[in-house]
Design a protein around this ligand. Structure first.
Ligand SMILES: Nc1nc2c(ncn2[C@@H]2O[C@H](COP(=O)(O)OP(=O)(O)O)[C@@H](O)[C@H]2O)c(=O)[nH]1
Ligand SMILES: [Mg+2]
Length: 375
């Protein structure tokens, strides 16, 4: 664990991602409890509680007190009612609304950076709401570009013992690594129900996995040729072999607390990875973006200067006529065109999408939460 000495490093943010029911919230609760309790090996050291952010608007019982809770800002059932949405649409919209305020969340997190070693994000139950939405990407990028970050991919071990399910889950994990490019920890959860050794074996021994695939379902068709599915799976397992090389794997039980210390060690090791691999990449990307922006600006500037020179040559008196008269009345551009917009602020009653009524800013009263109006 990082000590609280003079050389205080920025906290590392653990982003928990995983299928619904894999045990993300239980895992966050366990890590939280673990970091709050005194270590048996260092009983005189004060424990340093983590900073926890809950991004699941639909969770009923969180089991821990989050420092920032999306439910304080957005009422998900109201969002569903007002936008006429189902549960998934409601969660996604609530997350989108919250993301518009994420700069403030990040500000609060940064303020606490000196006093904590770990920050944990719990994400919505359904994995795709976070991993395949613009909001999820915005939140991940914003966090990772301001602090060290690591993805903890939580796996429901008892549900992934079939080779095909195992491979699907690993491919999903691979796609998340590819999207986030962050240090990655595979967390095999629920080891109290199903130990994760089988998974380790499959990951380390390519042939053992092939064998498991072959014994599950038919691997050859009636003519003795390998089936399409089988050869596809063989090729994909080669891809996965490469994927496993860059990963850290731990087995934990969020119920008993088994393996949690290993997880913390893996997180600490990921910090170095973040600094060595992710940070230089981030800075390179930032520099490239700034350079391309600068060149675009320069190009449009020189084009404008050329245009001006041509104009001046054509019509030497134009510049004199084209002066801005400070006394002239300003034209109201907006009045000239009509696009059929109705300003519903004048309406007496609410309408679907009236952001302000869904806001309940209990914790941040002084920040005056006002959602932007939909365009
Ligand atoms: N046996 C066992 N059950 C677990 C463990 N972690 C989570 N669960 C159970 O899995 C279910 C889903 O957990 P939850 O944390 O809500 O999953 P989430 O949707 O990923 O946040 C709950 O019933 C938990 O009690 C574990 O380590 N062992
Ligand atoms: Mg949850």
């Amino acid at each position: 664990m990082t000590g609280s000495g003079d050389d205080k490093k920025p906290p590392i943010v653990i982003i928990t991602i995983g299928m619904a029911g894999a045990g993300k919230s239980t895992f966050v609760q366990r890590i939280n409890a673990h970091l709050r309790s005194r270590s048996p090996t260092q009983p005189d050291v004060e424990p340093r509680p983590p900073y926890v952010v809950n991004l699941d608007p639909a969770v009923v019982n969180l089991g821990f007190e989050a420092n920032i809770d999306i439910r304080d800002t957005v009422n998900y059932t109201e969002v569903m009612k007002q936008y006429n949405l189902g549960p998934n649409g409601g969660i996604l919209t609530a997350l989108n609304l919250f993301t518009t305020k994420f700069d403030q969340v990040l500000g609060l997190m940064e303020k606490r950076a000196d006093s904590v070693d770990y920050m944990i994000l719990d994400t919505p139950g359904q994995i795709e709401i976070f991993t395949w939405s613009a909001s999820g990407a915005i939140i991940t990028d914003a966090v990772a570009s301001s602090m060290p970050a690591v993805v903890a991919y939580i796996i429901d071990t008892p549900r992934t013992t079939a080779p095909a399910t195992f491979m699907s889950n690993m491919l999903y994990a691979c796609s998340i690594l590819y999207k986030t490019k962050l240090p990655f920890i595979l967390v095999f959860n629920k080891t109290d129900v199903q130990p994760h050794e089988f998974a380790l074996e499959w990951m380390q021994d390519f042939e053992a996995f092939q064998e498991a695939l072959a014994t599950h379902g038919s691997s050859t068709d009636s003519e003795g040729e390998p089936t399409y599915m089988n050869s596809l799976m063989n090729s994909m397992s080669l891809v996965l072999d490469e994927f496993y090389k860059g990963l850290k794997t731990v087995g934990v039980s969020s119920v008993t607390g088994d393996g949690v210390e290993d997880f913390i060690k893996a997180v600490d090791a990921s910090r170095e990875e973040y600094e060595k691999l992710y940070l230089p990449e981030l800075e390179r990307a930032k520099a490239a973006r700034e350079a391309s922006l600068a060149s675009v600006k320069e190009e449009s500037m020189s084009r404008m200067m050329k245009d001006l020179a041509v104009d001046r040559a054509k019509n030497p008196n134009a510049a004199k006529l084209d002066r801005w008269d400070p006394n002239a009345e300003e034209e109201e551009d907006d009045e000239d065109y009509e696009v059929g917009l109705i300003d519903r602020r004048d309406a007496d009653e609410g309408w679907p999408g009236q952001y302000s009524s869904i806001v309940d800013s209990k914790r941040q009263e002084d920040e005056g939460t006002v959602w932007p109006r939909p365009q």
